[in-house]
Design a protein around this ligand. Structure first.
Ligand SMILES: Cc1cc2nc3c(=O)[nH]c(=O)nc-3n(C[C@H](O)[C@H](O)[C@H](O)COP(=O)(O)OP(=O)(O)OC[C@H]3O[C@@H](n4cnc5c(N)ncnc54)[C@H](O)[C@@H]3O)c2cc1C
Length: 371
């Protein structure tokens, strides 16, 4: 029977980072993904701010040209509050399609000695006398793999999280993304956030890369189609998007909202030798929705905890929970901005552009892991 030191479930940024760091420390590491790799992911593909860029450059190097789009970098972000005003943040941001970015990270993990298997869905995990038994479904057959440690890097609807915390009630937000061919009357060097008060607390975004217009709406599950129709009508009337245009691609996904549970420490994303990282742990930055940098940061904390545990024999969960404290402190500082944004949008809204600018600025600094 195959036996590993570490099995990482999920080959997104969190999975690749954790698997690569574990393999580099000499641990026998397997990374599994249920999809065929390279896989796509509903995401804007921005590597935002010092947090994400600094960590990716440190761990993987600067992304090669083929991983980035045209334009390869954005100058920053615009915040539009229709009828009220506009604010801007200048912040150099790498731009990618997630398929390419994640594939590059997968390859780097492979080069570091990670064994990677795709179309391998984890359907169960159990503690046994000899370690963790991971049930993996591949080509219609379910096999059991043994590992000392398991990392749940399996994204927003994590199966590892469900096994570890079957009673955790997770609230989800939904995102809907549509791609259009052509052009639009917006500066393509900026990412555009629209906060029309008519659709508060939902919002939508528009950006352009490789000649494609990408629109995303975020809202409660079940509401996003209607908001997308509203947003497209708005863009047609105000920013020259043709009303007759049909999307060339459409995708939707869920995002967990676990801020309250994480910051109150009632949800601790680790238990014994099983650690949750990235979206599986709920690490999505309040306000901006940045998740790539937090995926990498939490994955590094998990790899450090596992490596140390391998040496000492102590379970890694305590050290991991200490390692993610700076992320939770950052959430404590940024989460209240949500409320401020919503209150201002419900009221007159005159200060909303300035509040948005301040709130987003607060999400862009590196998180000091020595805090
Ligand atoms: C619309 C939208 C736009 C976004 N834009 C940005 C942005 O511009 N910048 C940014 O930083 N963040 C952005 N985010 C957030 C970002 O996409 C996520 O935070 C990030 O992908 C998290 O990485 P991850 O590795 O934790 O999970 P994922 O990238 O979701 O990877 C999880 C992997 O696990 C695999 N998996 C799931 N279940 C199983 C299983 N049972 N067995 C095996 N494999 C499994 C999946 O196939 C997947 O490949 C955006 C999110 C949304 C919804």
């Amino acid at each position: 029977m195959d036996r590993y030191d570490v099995i990482v479930v999920g080959a997104g940024p969190a999975g690749s980072t954790c698997a690569k760091a574990c393999a580099e420390k000499g641990l026998k590491t397997l990374m599994l993904d249920k999809q065929r790799l390279p896989r796509d992911k509903v995401c804007s593909g921005m590597v935002m701010g010092a947090l994400a860029q600094g960590l990716i450059e440190q761990e993987f190097g600067f992304p090669p040209q083929e991983v980035l789009t045209h334009p390869s970098q954005l100058k920053g972000y615009c915040f539009h509050v229709p009828g009220i005003g506009l604010e801007k943040i200048d912040n150099l941001t790498w731009l990618s399609w997630r398929k390419e970015l994640d594939h590059w990270m997968n390859q780097k993990a492979g080069e570091s000695g990670v064994d990677i298997r795709d179309r391998a869905e984890v359907v169960g995990i159990a503690q046994k006398a000899g370690g963790l038994a991971i049930m993996v479904k591949r080509e219609g057959e379910t096999r059991e793999l043994m590992s000392t440690y398991a990392i749940g890097a399996d994204g927003a609807t994590s199966v590892i999280r469900k096994f570890l915390f079957p009673n955790l009630q997770v609230r989800y937000g939904q995102a809907l993304q549509e791609h259009f061919e052509g052009e639009i009357g917006l500066d393509q060097d900026y990412f555009h956030w629209f906060y029309p008060r008519e659709i508060n607390p939902s919002f939508f975004t528009v950006h352009q890369k490789d000649g494609t217009i990408i629109m995303e709406v975020a809202g409660k599950p079940g509401t996003t189609k209607e908001i997308m129709t509203w947003a497209q009508t708005f863009m047609a009337e105000h920013h020259a998007l043709s009303k007759a245009r049909e999307p060339v691609w459409r995708g939707s996904c869920l995002e967990p909202a676990l801020y309250r549970e994480l910051t109150s420490r009632t949800f601790r994303p680790a238990r014994g030798n099983v650690l949750l990282v990235g979206d599986a742990a709920g690490f999505i930055m309040p306000v901006s929705g940045e998740g790539i940098g937090l995926a990498v940061q939490s994955a590094l904390a998990a790899a450090a905890a596992v490596t140390r545990s391998k040496g000492t024999g102590d379970p890694p969960d305590g050290m991991y929970l200490t390692g993610i404290e700076p992320i939770l402190s950052c959430f404590e500082k940024t989460y209240p901005w949500f409320k401020k944004i919503m209150e201002e949008a419900k009221g007159e809204g005159t200060s909303l552009p300035g509040i948005l600018k301040q709130a987003y600025e607060g999400t862009l600094s590196p998180i000091d892991s020595t805090e």
